[in-house]
Design a protein. Structure first.
Ligand code: F6P
Length: 323
């Protein structure tokens, strides 16, 4: 192993910079040449590949976003695109590729590594925490902390006006941001794609709460929930309970930005270090995860979106603690 490249791909996540820093510095420590690729796979196709030094990653561990930029790249889904990518990587004699991104990015890396002789390592970077083979993904902790800061503020104003708020958090196919931020803010209800919620049951509870003069209620909805998101939930509540003073807040992309938390910086640093270590050890085409606080390798083809069963106990906790 002599020359490795690192890229960030898909939706950005806080902590990606800390991971890039760890890859670059670990690589240099082992006397490898480390190249950065701009804009994910698109940058390989456009040959936006440049050598990085230790100081290229100075002062970035605390920064959100990604200095390498990111993009979703359609061309890489096609064989022709991947072939061109291989040719460009070979121009720089790259013999190892580290991809920081979500399951879509790993899918590309897996195909690429099967077709061409460049070993790939994936690092799970997504705020959604929806990838199998790791307890946490880079960016999740920061995103939930951003969400709870915002939801706490919403509760202040909800409380002042005796209002019901329906708050939508991110999570295209996964409800972990909703589950964690909902529990941490004492939300009365949490709606997420992994568990079907009957909105009518929630409405009945809201009516019962109203009878006992509990008017302040927070409903945290994952954007991927089957009901159709916060606007639809609020519309149906207003239809049945027009007397409730109902408002909607969609948190949106604020959850993707900001300085990573300590947990995300450490997760990203450990994973970045482990990615280079794996390549040096000849461990190829795996995603680095951390399971029970230990580095864990998952073959790239198994590092897919994990729509896990959510333990029903979580919802018991929500119900008991918010009653
Ligand atoms: O996967 C991360 C995520 O933030 C999802 O939670 C969200 O659905 C999606 O990306 C939004 O993507 P975009 O920024 O491309 O609109």
């Amino acid at each position: 192993l002599n020359n490795i490249a690192v890229l960030t791909s898909g939706g950005d996540a806080p902590g990606m910079n800390a991971a890039v820093r760890a890859v670059v510095r670990t690589g240099i420590y082992h006397q490898l040449n480390v190249f950065g690729v701009m804009y994910g796979y698109r940058g390989i196709l456009k040959n936006e590949i440049f050598p990085m030094e230790s100081k290229s990653v100075a002062n970035i561990i605390q920064r959100g976003g990604t200095i390498l930029k990111t993009a979703r790249c359609k061309e890489f889904y096609e064989y022709e695109g991947r072939k061109k990518a291989y040719e460009n990587l070979k121009k720089h004699n790259i013999d190892g590729l580290i991809v920081i991104g979500g399951d879509g990015s790993f899918n590309g890396a897996q195909k690429f590594s099967q077709e061409f002789d460049i070993p790939c390592i994936g690092l799970p970077g997504t705020i959604d925490k929806d990838i199998a083979g790791t307890d946490f993904t880079i960016g999740f902790d920061t995103a939930v902390n951003t969400a709870i800061e915002a939801i706490d503020k919403i509760r202040d104003t909800a409380d002042a006006h005796d209002r019901l708020f329906v708050i939508e958090v991110m999570g295209r196919d996964a409800g972990y941001i909703a589950l964690h931020s909902g529990i941490a803010t004492g939300a009365e209800h949490i709606m997420m794609p992994e568990r079907k919620t009957e909105l009518n049951d929630i409405i009945e509870e809201l009516q019962a709460n109203e009878r006992r003069k509990k008017l302040v209620n927070l409903i945290v909805v994952a954007e991927g929930d089957d009901t159709g998101g916060a606007n639809e939930v609020a519309r149906r509540i207003k239809e049945t309970c027009p007397q409730l003073d109902t408002r909607v807040c969609i948190l949106g992309h604020i959850q993707r930005g900001g300085s990573p938390t300590c947990t995300d910086r450490i997760l990203a640093s450990r994973m970045g270090y482990a990615a280079v270590d794996a390549l040096l050890e000849g461990i190829h085409n795996v995603m680095i995860g951390i399971v029970n606080d230990k580095i864990h390798y998952t073959p790239l083809d198994k590092a897919v979106k994990a729509k896990q069963e959510i333990d029903p106990e979580w919802f018991k906790i929500v119900k008991i603690l918010a009653s």
